[in-house]
Design a protein around this ligand. Sequence first.
Ligand SMILES: *Cc1c(COP(=O)(O)O)cnc(C)c1O
Length: 222
Amino acid sequence: MRADALLHRIGEQCRAAGRNPREVTLLPVTKTHPAAAADYAARYGLAAVGENRVQEAAEKRTQTAAAVRWELIGHLQSNKAKLAVEHFGRIQSVDSEKLLNVLDRAAGELGRKLPVLLQINAGNDPAKFGAEPADAPRLLELALTKAHLQVEGLMTIAPLSDDPAVARRTFAHLRTIRDQLAARSGVPLRELSMGMSGDLDAALAEGSTLVRIGSALYGPRD
Ligand SMILES: *Cc1c(COP(=O)(O)O)cnc(C)c1O
C-alpha cells in the first residue's frame, strides 16, 4: 500500500533530521480523483484530505460518507469565500487582506471559528500565489485581529525546479519567517505546511509539520 510506504519514508526522513515523526501530518491530496479517494484516506485512518478547488470539494462531499476534514490548499477567490467556509475545516491558502476580511465575515455568519494558514510565496516565484514575505508581518497582524479566524501557521509551495536546493531554500525561508513572526507576535504558528510528492524530503529536513501528498499516494493526475 502506498500510504504504508509513504509513512515509512516520512518516518525515516524525520529520524535522519533528528525529528519525531509524530510532529508530521500526512495530508492526502484528493484533487482530480474520485470521492472514493477520500473514503480510502478515512479508512486508512487519516483525519483530513486536501483539495484545491472549492466546487470540486463541495461536490465530492456529497458523494462520500467519509468522516474526514476537508482542507483547502488551492487559491481562493473572495467571491467563493462563503462556500469555502461552509465546506472546509481549514483553509491553508489565505494570502491577502481582502481574503482575511471576507473569511472572517463568512465564518462569523456561520457562527464558527475558522482555522487558517497564511500562504507565503517563500520562493519568490512569480508563478505562485501567496503573500510576499515582506508583507507577511502585516498580514499576520491583521489576521490576529479577526475574531472568527484562528491562525495556526504558514503554508508555501516551492517553485518548480530540477534543482532540489531550490525547494530546500524555500522551505528554510518559510521556517525562518515563521520563527520571526512567532517571536514577534507571541503566537506559536505551529503548522508549517510544506512539501509535496516531489519535494517531501527537503520539506521534512527543514521542519515541515504537514506534507500535502497527491501523486505519490494516488498515482499521477492527467
Ligand atoms: C496538487 C497539490 C499538492 C499535491 O501535489 P503532488 O505533487 O501530487 O503531491 C500539494 N499542494 C498543493 C497546493 C497542490 O495544489
